[in-house]
Design a protein around this ligand. Sequence first.
Ligand code: PMP
Length: 304
Amino acid sequence: MKEAKLIWMDGKLVPWKDATIHVLSHVAHYGSSVFEGTRCYGTPKGSFCFRLDEHVKRLFMSAKIYRMDIPFTHEQVADATKLLVRENGLKACYIRHLVYRGYAEMGLNPLTCPVKMMIAAWEWGTYLGEDGKNKGVDVCISSWQRLAHDTMPLLSKAGGHYLNSQLIKLDALTNGYAEGIALTTDGFVSEGSGENVFIVKDGGILTPPSAAGILPGITRHSVLTLAKEMGIKASRQMIPREALYIADEAFLTGTAAEVTPIRSVDRITIGDGKPGPVTRAVMKRFDDIITGKAADPHGWMEPV
Ligand code: PMP
């Protein structure tokens, strides 16, 4: 990764190489963390964090579900984020917020360990590759299912949940795919290892609802909002696996992946194998906003 100068740790800016924690920290053993990924974009008018407020809100919700009291306010976290980007002299970057159980006692009880927090920012290009964004990515249905709602609280973006995501990603990479899509325990489309899934059918876009074990992505919400404004019918509904195969178009959304077209699923070509007109229109609208080419009607771009 491309290192930056400073990392924000528990209220202080520290040199990148000094941002370390003890190996006996609770988080290292039991996955006890919640986190966020946010992007900051460089535009002709300066740098802007995309929907920073929503990301900070989700961080606090994720922490609440796991009974973690973040020792900072929403405003302090948002201000610290912008300060970090500025102090690192970054224009466009990826920002990672992490709240975790630190070092004190060993044992499962998380309450004996202090809640710690860090924010890091660094330059990070397209997650699924520039080629993937232009031509689309080849994905598979994973042999690993998405976690069920009664096993993990999926509205929390928690570190431990990402062991499931890692299995999905490993399964895909081992078999030569860029990404894996997990099904729910009853066989409906859930989401990618770190992205939400959309299909295009008869000119409208469909994406699975919260009940499909997804993390309701901020990019997903943005795409649903923009699509409706563009006169594209957009709905959240359960999607059977095979609907992916016969979709006219399909794409993934996420902070890291942004909007990435899907070229094939399980080696079945989607549409004519090229990013389709609806996907391209949504990508362009999203891109125009984040690059500052178009006005920002929803106040999504937070100046740094
Ligand atoms: N699902 C999962 C499992 C994710 O990790 C992410 C990335 N945060 C998403 C969906 C997309 O969410 P967002 O658009 O808020 O980044």
